[in-house]
Design a protein around this ligand. Structure first.
Ligand code: FE
Ligand code: FE
Length: 325
């Protein structure tokens, strides 16, 4: 099977931050972003923010733009982290706003059905807290789970993925790690909720992404993944492979070992780079990883691992990886 590559459509947008409040480039609509994504060599699918940015577009209009450049949709990401939800979506102290989040995500569910996408992506970036004593932790965690549970039970035909992240924009996010997210999902106990494991979120949260992937797979909950890279103190969303190639290689080794099948998806933010060039370069890197997996002496590796022989195991991995980079 040929490996499919994907990207968040925001990879092709322009950005604003708290310094360049005038933006890092001219604003683009989702249609402009789709056009750019279409220029990437081996991209098959995109994850699209909902509502669609930069104008009033119907699902049909978006579909036409995607068809033109031969792209499918892997996921829909409802924007439950914008101004209205600054005090939280699932955990907002105002039950009216919690309901608004529910309505918005329910609309996103319709878009998932329309595009025949694989999942609704939940990234509860504002669900959490900033200060000691700010929240009742029990209530906050219960609301985090209840909001997701309600959606998953109302839409049993769809999959929901939770993308955990340690912090930003909230200083502390309630779904902050693989273990905590799994605890929540298992407590909810529904089959259609899983994890989207973002390599960068895992490593700057102090995890080994390979170990996190194995854990999520063992619970049958790894539904999706994102790659990028960072310096391990923040979600820099840099070019995949630019900083931690050996760890990303181990992450993909775990996926392969478990026969995990899914899209290899880019979640990068080219603030100052050309977005098409950066996507192409990342996909080239991912193809090298794919080749390295084929070259890996798995038998020898497993033999070394059975003795926890770090030097031997690393040598085997390095040999396969560095000759392909
Ligand atoms: Fe991500
Ligand atoms: Fe991120």
């Amino acid at each position: 099977m040929k490996q499919k590559f994907g990207a968040g459509i925001w990879h092709f947008a322009t950005y604003v931050d708290r310094y360049a409040t005038d933006g890092y480039g001219e604003p683009r609509s989702v249609i402009d972003a789709i056009e750019l994504a279409g220029k990437v060599k081996d991209l098959s699918v995109v994850d699209i923010n909902f509502p669609f940015f930069g104008g009033n577009f119907t699902n049909e209009k978006i579909k036409a733009a995607l068809d033109k450049v031969n792209l499918g949709v892997v996921g829909i990401t409802p924007e439950i982290y914008t101004k209205e939800f600054r005090k939280g979506a699932f955990t907002n102290p105002d039950p009216g706003i919690r309901n608004r989040a529910h309505e918005l995500i329910t609309q996103a569910c319709e878009a998932v059905r329309f595009f025949n996408a694989s999942y609704v992506k939940l990234w509860p970036g504002q669900d959490g807290w900033d200060y000691p004593f700010q929240v009742d932790h029990g209530t906050l965690w219960k609301n985090s789970m209840d909001g997701v549970a309600r959606l998953a039970s109302e839409n049993p035909d769809l999959k929901f993925v939770i993308e955990y992240k340690p912090r930003e924009p909230r200083v502390k996010m309630s779904y902050d790690s693989v273990a905590r997210t799994l605890l929540g999902i298992e407590k909810i106990g529904l089959p259609n909720i899983g994890i989207l494991l973002d390599f960068g979120h895992a490593i700057y949260g102090g995890e080994s992404a390979a170990d996190s992937a194995q854990l999520a797979i063992d619970y049958g909950r790894l539904f999706g993944m994102d790659v990028n890279d960072n310096y391990r103190s923040w979600d820099d969303d840099l070019l995949a492979g630019s900083l931690h190639p050996i760890e990303i290689f181990e992450f993909f080794y775990v996926l392969q070992k478990n026969k995990w099948e899914g899209v290899w998806q880019l979640d990068q933010f080219p603030f100052r780079e050309d977005s098409v060039e950066m996507a192409n370069q990342a996909i080239d890197f991912l193809k090298s990883i794919n080749n390295a997996l084929n070259d890996l002496d798995v038998k020898a590796l497993q033999e070394a691992q059975s003795n926890h022989d770090a030097m031997k195991a690393l040598k085997i991995a390095q040999k396969a990886l560095y000759k392909n980079l």
